[in-house]
Design a protein around this ligand. Structure first.
Ligand SMILES: Cc1cc2nc3c(=O)[nH]c(=O)nc-3n(C[C@H](O)[C@H](O)[C@H](O)COP(=O)(O)O)c2cc1C
Length: 277
């Protein structure tokens, strides 16, 4: 949507010029150049609604979420692996994804795609294909390949891979639903592979927002890295997810209703923070 300047309303404060991330606005000539990324920062900052006003949907000063509320939300959010058998309707999932469209994207590209799988048979196939793919990948790290791998990647990397391998194979032997956990739905976040933009980061930021939002509306989630990893290794899985050839899977989230509830908030390590002098 083209952004328009209404010169009758404009008081030439030039806040929009200053806030524009691509320096694309010239108020003296009332023009916006082709570098515009349609982020509508200009419309968001204008007190006179003199620019991009067709895109304004509300007043931004209505936020009464307190810092403590957000801290509590983050602390209470947990990964769920035990989903209620209650199905999640496509309309709720659609609304959920639609509400998350305010998640930021590099250069405001908004290029993420969301594929939703709710069919049990398909989910089971995704579960199975992911286990098969990762088992094969882990088993490729063996007495024959390890020396070369150590040489190329270093001893500690190989040790970490081996630990992951053991955990994965042990879990796979114990739990044949170890990937999709009988969740009623899987959201696959993918995007075209492009030389510019940062779809991986867009997808991960979206994921972070999504898991918090889900918590607020009494849904539960499990971010699933195994499926991302396997989709990059196995074309069959990508096809099963119906991801276009020129797209890459950046994130996946299992989503549903929680079966049980977590009673307590648990501690996390303090982050490593480094200030440069
Ligand atoms: C990028 C990412 C990938 C993850 N992949 C998986 C996964 O494949 N399977 C799984 O059960 N949990 C997965 N998790 C969940 C983590 O294991 C979980 O966040 C961690 O155990 C901490 O628990 P919490 O989320 O309840 O704080 C993933 C989390 C993240 C952030």
């Amino acid at each position: 949507m083209m952004i328009a300047i209404n010169s009758d309303k404009c008081i030439e404060c030039k806040k929009c010029e200053r806030v524009c991330p691509v320096s694309g606005i010239d108020i003296s000539t009332a023009t916006i150049n082709e570098d515009c990324i349609q982020c509508h920062h200009c419309a968001a900052v204008c007190s006179e609604n003199a620019i991009g006003s067709q895109n304004i949907i509300g007043n931004a000063s209505q936020n009464n979420i307190q810092p403590y509320d957000f801290e509590l939300l983050m602390q209470q959010r947990r990964t769920h692996r035990d989903f209620s058998s209650k199905p999640l309707s496509p309309s709720i999932i659609k609304e959920f994804i639609n509400h998350l469209r305010y998640s930021p994207t590099a250069s405001n590209r908004q290029s993420l795609h969301f594929t939703v799988i709710t069919n049990d048979e398909q989910l089971n196939r995704i579960n199975q294909l992911t286990i098969e793919t990762l088992t094969k990948a882990f088993n490729a790290v063996n007495w024959l390949t390890k020396p070369l791998l150590k040489l190329l990647k270093g001893k500690s990397v190989v040790q970490t891979i081996e630990q992951s391998k053991t955990k994965f194979l042990n879990k796979a032997a114990r739990d044949n639903n170890m990937i999709t956990y009988n969740a009623p739905a899987l959201i696959v976040i993918h995007s075209e592979e492009v030389p510019v933009g940062m779809p991986c980061h867009d997808a991960n930021i979206w994921t972070g927002m999504a898991i918090l939002y889900a918590e607020l509306i009494d849904l539960c989630t499990c971010v699933n890295g195994y499926i991302v990893n396997a989709a990059q290794k196995n074309k069959k899985l990508k096809q099963c997810l119906q991801i276009p050839d020129n797209h890459k899977v950046y994130s996946t989230i299992l989503i549903g209703y929680p079966k049980g509830k977590f009673e307590n908030i648990v501690e996390r390590n303090l982050p490593n923070i480094h200030f440069l002098n």
